[in-house]
Design a protein around this ligand. Structure first.
Ligand code: KG4
Ligand code: ZN
Length: 333
């Protein structure tokens, strides 16, 4: 089954053709990072306008790359939420138009389900599993008993981890998106700054706003005192606290749920220190770990096509009334 997938929830216009939920026949990702960089973050209105400009070009390119015509496509999968409403609407309208014109089934895909199923493009997902979803908008621990069954066991109570990376990077004067810049800088530094780990308790929930505030206060205090800020040491100290808490709660979940499969998903899964720490702990605890390659970690339509295949198998289909949702629950599919 060949699914044409469309993703436009934030600042990437992406389409992909995925066969049977795991073979990538062609993916196009048009990133708007260079446009948003000058504003230090994604500007929603600019993002949706760029999607409008790019969407038909991306469609032509993806079909050419996969060497297919629309008649050879079996279904259309699309991200309906969560995300920026104006951005989501562009991809959704494109999907509905194609489904209508070519008379194809329309599969609604939750963005986080997409991030999780990016792992199926690497290796067939084995169940039960725990998914650690870490992105610019989400920090969640999900338990999956079987394909397309999601139980949220914990999540952030405030900022998402990627959001925290981006804000800390901005305070340190690093370019947007902040995650990759901090990851790189941290490698040159030492863990010398004292920073708190918020919500370092026995729950599966996370809190990152306190850590972010602690970094901002530290930077301001050092400035006031006229002290020189060792940016690489601060990046390293910050990143180590993030790694510690994500690793601790993920390993706890694996043990308590008696699960031997861990997948990591979302843009922050590209982080080298998080990958390293989880690899080490999974080895110690005899857990199979899968992390997608960086291309499939950040937003892309290949993951939507992979998830769409399993949604279709569960009978999850939409009609032309499907609407975009800025916020929606993964468990309510
Ligand atoms: O999944 P994604 O592309 O978009 C959302 O759905 O949010 O994630 C983007 C987030 C940004 O916050 C970015 O700073 C972060 O992923 N990110 C990283 C790294 N690469 C991207 N964070 C930490 N380390 C990285 N290497
Ligand atoms: Zn995402």
């Amino acid at each position: 089954m060949k699914i044409l997938a469309i993703e436009s929830s934030c600042d990437e216009t992406s389409m992909s053709v995925i066969e049977d939920g795991h073979i990538d026949l062609g993916t196009i990702i048009l990133s708007q990072i260079d446009i948003h960089k000058m504003y230090g973050g994604v500007v929603p209105e600019i993002a949706s306008r760029s999607h409008v400009e790019n969407i038909t070009i991306v469609l032509e390119e993806v079909l050419a790359k996969a060497n297919l015509t629309m008649d050879e496509i079996d279904a259309i999968a699309v991200t309906y939420g969560p995300g920026l409403i104006g951005s989501l609407l562009v991809g959704l309208l494109a999907a509905k138009t194609l489904a209508y014109i070519y008379n194809k089934p329309l599969i609604p895909v939750h963005h986080i389900a997409g991030h999780i199923y990016a792992n199926n493009l690497v290796k067939k997902m084995a169940f039960p599993l725990i998914a650690l979803v870490i992105s610019g908008g989400h920090t969640e621990l999900i338990y999956m008993k079987e394909n397309y069954s999601f139980k949220k066991i914990g999540g952030t109570l405030d900022d998402a981890v990627g959001e925290c990376y981006d804000k800390v990077a901005r305070v340190l004067g690093l370019p947007y998106p902040g995650g990759p810049s901090i990851d790189k800088l941290a490698k040159e530094g030492n863990d010398t700054y004292k920073l708190p780990i918020p919500l370092n308790d026995e729950s599966y929930d996370f809190s990152f706003s306190g850590l972010k505030s602690a970094v901002i206060n530290l930077v301001n205090n050092e400035k006031q005192k006229g002290n020189e800020l060792r940016k690489e040491d601060l990046a390293c100290s910050f990143q180590n606290r993030v790694v510690e808490i994500l690793t601790k709660k993920t390993i706890k979940a694996l043990k308590e749920y008696h699960v031997k499969n861990l997948i990591v998903a979302g843009g922050v899964a590209a982080n080298s220190a998080i990958r390293k720490s989880l690899e080490l702990e999974c080895l110690k605890n005899d857990v199979n770990l899968t992390v997608p390659p960086i291309l499939y970690c950040t937003d892309n339509a290949a993951m939507i096509g992979a998830a769409g295949f399993f949604a279709y198998q569960k009978g999850i289909l939409a009609n032309l009334n499907l609407n975009a949702k800025a916020n929606c629950n993964l468990e309510e599919l």
